[in-house]
Design a protein around this ligand. Structure first.
Ligand code: FES
Length: 127
């Protein structure tokens, strides 16, 4: 079963998930802080991730995802939407973008307050 390694200024965790699982579904399995304001229907871009390893093993990007990514911040050649990119057989490593992490904090205000109280949010750097 492939593994997804999620990284951000706040997290460093690995999740095992079956082939065909979306990166967003894997994030939810492992409690990775990936935003998903539209619920995973390719209607926002808050699940924006940078895929640092294993990019070629993921499902192909379709026109809908490309159009949605056009509206995202800081889009790179390694950008994918977590709700659209599905795992192949290989392990992948993803960086949770600033856009996605901020969205997750907005979606989880209690967790954000706790992190603020610990001095962990916002981080000094997002990259
Ligand atoms: S969760 Fe909205 S586009 Fe992925």
């Amino acid at each position: 079963m492939p593994k997804v390694h999620f990284l951000s200024p706040l997290q460093d965790l690995t999740v095992e998930a079956p082939e065909g699982t979306s990166l967003l579904e894997a994030a939810e399995l492992g409690h990775a802080q990936v935003g998903h304001s539209c619920g995973g229907v390719c209607a926002c871009s808050t699940c924006h991730l940078f895929v640092r390893k294993g990019l070629d093993s993921l499902s192909e990007q379709d026109d809908l995802e490309m159009d949605r990514l056009d509206l995202a911040f800081d889009v790179r050649a390694i950008s994918r939407l977590g709700c659209q990119a599905r795992l192949g057989a290989e392990d992948v490593e993803v960086w949770i973008t600033e856009e996605s992490l901020k969205a997750w904090m907005d979606e989880n205000p209690d967790a954000r307050k706790a992190l603020e109280a610990e001095g962990k949010w916002p981080p000094a750097r997002f990259t």
